[in-house]
Structures are given as C-alpha cells and as structure tokens.
Design a protein around this ligand. Structure first.
Ligand code: HEC
Length: 119
C-alpha cells in the first residue's frame, strides 16, 4: 500500500503543478478588461464610469450617461480607442496599456465594460 501512495505522489504532484501553471498562463494571455480598467482607465474614467477630476479636466465622457451611450456605436468606440480622437488628451488605448502593463490588448475587450456603466 505504501508503494501505491508513493507512486501517487510521484505522478499526481507534477500533474497538479503543471495544471496550475497552465492555469496561470491562460490568465496571463487573456487580459482582464475589469482589472485593466480598474488599474489604468479609472484614473480618468472613474471606477464607477463617471469622470474623475483628472478626467473632467481632459474632457472625458460620463460613461453612466445613457444619452452619451446612445450617441456612440461600438464601432465608433473601437475606432476612438484604436486611433485616438481629435481630443489631444486622448491617446490610443492599446499602446497605453502596453506601455503601462506590458501586455497586448485588443481594445474590443473594453466595450462590454464601457457599456456596463450605461445599464
Ligand atoms: C488620461 C486620461 C484617460 C485615461 C487614462 C483613459 N481615458 Fe478614455 N478617454 C479620455 C478622454 C479625455 C476621452 C474623450 C475623448 C474625446 O471625446 O474625444 C476618453 C474617451 C474614451 C472612450 C470614448 C471614445 C468615444 O468615441 O467617445 C472610451 C471607449 C475610452 N475612453 C476608453 C478608455 C479605456 C478602455 C481606457 C483604459 C485602457 C481609457 N479610456 C483610459 C481620457 C482617458
């Protein structure tokens, strides 16, 4: 019986370790829009979607404003986040995330987050 447990330990422990390693890797490869928003975007957009003082200074929109939400299509938001806008305080989002957190994001991941503030 002892031999069985020893075999179990030898086989199972590396399996568990490698399972948890690949788990970590999945998270590292799929950026979490909520976490990134809280860390970076909330500086201007607020954790609650309402512009902070800093955001107001830069003329950030109020994401909780339903008429603002209705005035923009997802395509427009993606375009603004990809290319920036004519507001000189607004820079494209992906290079900003890359510079601050060292990760590549597809800006589309932020659409559900931004829309959630208007609901
Ligand atoms: C330094 C302040 C600042 C930070 C940080 C910031 N934004 Fe913004 N954001 C702005 C400003 C200012 C505007 C308004 C741009 C305009 O109206 O032309 C804006 C507008 C937007 C819009 C609306 C674009 C449109 O078409 O109206 C989206 C979506 C957005 N930001 C997403 C994000 C996301 C996602 C992040 C984090 C990765 C982020 N922003 C970080 C300042 C910021």
């Amino acid at each position: 019986m002892k031999g069985f447990y020893r075999t179990l330990a030898v086989v199972a422990i590396p399996a568990i370790l490698s399972a948890s390693l690949s788990f970590t890797k999945v998270f590292a490869e799929e950026p979490d829009a909520n976490a990134i928003f809280a860390q970076l975007c909330a500086l201007c957009h607020g954790a609650d979607g309402k512009p902070t003082d800093q955001g107001k200074e830069f003329k950030s929109p109020d994401f909780t404003d339903k008429s603002w939400q209705a005035s923009k299509t997802d395509e427009q938001l993606i375009n603004s986040m990809t290319n920036g806008t004519d507001n000189p305080n607004y820079a494209p989002v992906a290079p900003f995330v890359k510079e601050m957190l060292g990760i590549d994001v597809d800006v589309k991941i932020f659409i559900p987050k931004v829309r959630s503030f208007g609901q």
